[in-house]
Design a protein around this ligand. Sequence first.
Ligand code: SF4
Length: 222
Amino acid sequence: MRAFGACDSGSNPDGATFKILKMVVMMAMMTESKDVEDKEEILIHTCCAPCLTIPFLRLSKRFHIVSYFYNPNIHPYTEYKTRLEALKKFAHLKKFTLIFENFDYEYTKKFISNQLMHDEKGKKERCLFCYQDRIKKTVDYALNNGYKTFTTSLLTSPYQYHDEIREICESYANNSGLDFVYEDFRSDYKKSIELCKEYEIYRQKYCGCVFSEFERYLKIKD
Ligand code: SF4
């Protein structure tokens, strides 16, 4: 059974100091089932609860699900908190392990300035930069914490660059020795909307970054 608890620091994400705070939330009862213990773990990079509903539904038959919430690119900060709370709610409901890193303001500032450079080349370049960062961080976490298998909930949304996400994950898998589980979850995208209604889980209206929030209104495409 993986350790339960918080580490690094007791920083308050609402306060002036933003430090990375890794927390592992282990849902009670989860390891009581022999059926669950017998399954291999899969670390699922999680962009948000709505996009996780389908990977959870499909992969929990084969794997013990560990959700790794990582996105330094959700704006504004209150939106980040809302999405994290939605994911916590889903984790409690379905009793899976949730790992997240609290908002790191310094990192986010660097991320945004890097992203601005990529944004000048167009939306796609910016998104590819964003995916690279998130998948790399997930793979690093997997390697440092003994996970052998990973995937990403980014494969659920039809609004993402699906083929490129797959390529990035396959490339990191090849270089790291981890197994990447690919499934095209987009076919169940509508079902993810229904599940969010059923579970009363918050569904956001834009991808995350400040650009996507504008684009939601301006309807900017490539
Ligand atoms: S639109 Fe989404 S994937 Fe693209 S850069 Fe913004 S947050 Fe990242």
